[in-house]
Design a protein around this ligand. Structure first.
Ligand SMILES: Nc1nc2c(c(=O)[nH]1)N[C@H]1C(S)=C(S)[C@@H](COP(=O)(O)O)O[C@H]1N2
Ligand SMILES: [Mo]
Length: 598
């Protein structure tokens, strides 16, 4: 089977007589297999074997890769050198004068609303750290599904700047799924290779709670004047921060007065975390949505999904470094007092703070340890709850009708990843070998005018072309020019009944767990400007790997909804009777959402 086999209208025989029967597409339902409701790790995702990644590497120049584990010894040596330098500096009278002038903390002249720690700060601090556990673990899981980062939207192999996976093999049909890696089950959430559907529910669902916690935090901060603790209001924060840094590094630490005010270095670190990193996490997260990128195309041109994804990762790196240093300093700058501040709202040397901290850590550890086994046992619950939390937001984005003329020829990606399960049935091979002369697209269901179309008939319908960006749920993206038939044209031909609400696309290919691949789309999206059936890609007939002879493009949804190798389209009132009833193959088998506009 090769990509070279290309049907042209001239090669094709005259259309065969139509054998439309209302049941011809309905019968495809019997070719679907139900998904499981409990995960068997041995047969997960088509029994894909677990595969480990490699230590993180960053590309330097054209083809040299730096293993980030070297940062550990290098960082250690640098730290020792920095300590030596700082200690040397502190014996200098000028530096001693500087530290006397800028001791490190800007203490308010009169004790005000910033003194002490109210209970809401304690609670929010706890919720924040508890929720972050799941966000970070599921975030790393999502990265592992496409374990590479890029600065351009093209996702070209070798042009990644960061990877935790070996270089992309030269196999032209290498898929993004083959490229995914596993994680230890207590690091990733849930750890299994290609478990992105479940990881995303954790990530987006818990994220919504984390953002809610953050919004409440902002409101309370600014209605209580407590923001003054976090927002520097004087330039002297910089010399004070430098002073704190020298004092820390010289191992002769500043006098802390955390009950009244944070030291300046701490204040800057907290400010960046609360007012830069957290909002950036949200904005860069939204920057990966196909629907929003199609709507805000101009922003998305500069701030592409891959820039968003890379920055999203750098925000994670900030949070990880912050957590390590923050915890280390809490432990070493007066543990009892520090824990009494944030956990007990008091400033003394009692053990209450430690006790409350210990209880909170038990909750964190139980949540941490239980999350993966729970997810493997109750994946449908994770899917349902995730959908309930995130669904309404996704639904908002679904009203977006992307504008025509998204990209130009110059934007077309040099490399477009393949993905999914290639068809290998005798039926498909015979069609491919015959240049799709015997191919028929069958469209029926709740329509007035069910039809079968062969390739000649499809190619003689009004031609629609668009250059658009593909967003795979795994994280890679690519731009291609698609030629084919607008779904509006198909709708005009078949005339759906008013009770047709969903449009189901069936594939000639099976999914990873056997049974026909399919996906259901809301009928409103079928009349969008950029929803089409494509038979050409980048000026040539669709190749075998990219979905020959026909595939769907619905540009506000993620890649898995773009069914390839389409054999039939059914208009239905509801998808609940189809397959396991979750709206598509990946929804039934891998717990994806039926709408994924982000
Ligand atoms: N029939 C079928 N269609 C499919 C898939 C599949 O496995 N089977 N994979 C989907 C996924 S996950 C993606 S990202 C796109 C990939 O399309 P491409 O190979 O042309 O890049 O096809 C989608 N359509
Ligand atoms: Mo995908």
């Amino acid at each position: 089977m090769g990509n070279e086999v290309v049907p042209t209208p001239a090669d094709l025989p005259a259309p065969a007589p139509s054998n439309v029967s209302p049941d011809s597409v309905r019968s495809y339902r019997r070719q679907l297999t139900p998904g499981e409701d409990v995960i068997d790790t041995a047969t997960w995702a088509g029994s894909i074997p677990q595969a480990n990644g490699i230590a993180p590497r960053v590309r330097i120049g054209r083809g040299k890769w730096f293993n980030l584990l070297w940062l550990l010894p290098i960082g250690f040596v640098l730290l020792i050198m920095a300590v030596a330098v700082a200690q040397g500096l502190r014996s200098e009278p000028a530096i001693q004068r500087f530290i006397r002038q800028y001791p490190g903390t800007i203490v308010p002249s009169s004790p005000g609303p910033t003194t002490g720690f109210p209970a809401w700060v304690s609670w929010q601090h706890f919720f924040n750290l508890f929720l972050m556990v799941f966000i970070i673990r599921s975030g790393i899981q999502i990265l592992s599904d496409h374990p590479r980062l890029y600065w351009t939207r093209h996702s070209t192999p070798g042009k990644d700047w960061f990877r935790i996976q070996k270089p992309v093999p030269s196999d032209p049909l290498w898929t993004a799924k083959q490229d995914s890696i596993s994680l230890p089950s207590q690091v990733g959430l849930p750890g299994l290779r290609h478990s992105i559907g479940l990881a995303r529910w954790w990530h987006l669902g818990v994220d919504a709670l984390w953002l809610l916690n953050g919004v409440i935090f902002y409101v309370l901060l600014f209605t209580s004047d407590r923001w003054e603790r976090l927002v520097p209001t004087s330039w002297s924060v910089f010399p004070n921060a430098l002073s704190v840094l020298i004092q820390y590094l010289s191992l002769n630490w500043p006098v802390e007065n955390g009950w009244v005010a944070y030291n300046s270095l701490q204040q800057i670190a907290y400010f960046i975390t609360v007012f830069v990193a957290a909002p950036l996490a949200l904005v860069t997260g939204l920057g990966m949505s196909p629907a929003l990128s199609a709507r805000f195309k101009r922003i998305s041109t500069m701030f592409s999904i891959q820039v968003a994804r890379s920055l999203h990762f750098l925000v994670l790196a900030w949070f990880l470094v912050f957590i390590v240093i923050h915890t280390a300093l809490v432990f070493t700058t007066g543990l009892l007092v520090n824990l009494n501040h944030i956990y007990a709202g008091r400033t003394d040397g009692s053990w209450l703070g430690v006790a409350l901290f210990a209880i909170s850590m038990v909750v964190v550890v139980v949540g941490w340890v239980a999350a993966t086994p729970f997810t493997l046992r109750h994946p449908r619950m994770v899917q349902r709850v995730g959908q309930a939390i995130v669904g309404p937001l996704q639904h908002l984005f679904e009203h977006i009708d992307p504008k025509p003329g998204q990209y130009t020829e110059a934007d077309i990606s040099p490399y477009f990843w393949h993905n999914g399960q290639y068809p290998d049935s005798d039926e498909y091979k015979a069609l491919l070998d015959g240049n799709f002369a015997d191919y028929r697209l069958r469209i029926n269901g709740l329509v007035d005018n069910p039809i079968d179309l062969d390739m000649t008939e499809l190619r003689s319908l009004p031609r629609h072309e668009q250059i658009t960006q593909h967003f795979c749920i795994q994280g890679w993206s690519g731009i291609a020019k698609w030629g084919g038939v607008s779904m509006q044209t198909i709708i005009d031909l078949v005339k759906p009944n008013p009770d047709a609400r969903w449009v189901v696309f069936y594939s000639l290919g099976e999914g990873a767990d056997k049974g026909v691949y399919y996906d259901a789309h809301p009928i409103e999206q079928m009349t969008h400007h950029l929803t089409m059936l494509a038979y050409d890609m980048n000026g040539a007939p669709l190749s075998f790997g990219h979905g020959a002879p026909l595939r769907l493009r619905n540009e506000i949804e993620l890649g898995f909804k773009q069914v390839k190798w389409i054999k039939g389209i059914e208009f239905v009132a509801n998808y609940s009777e189809i397959g396991s009833g979750y709206g598509g193959y990946n929804q039934d088998h891998e717990f994806f959402g039926y709408r994924q506009s982000i």
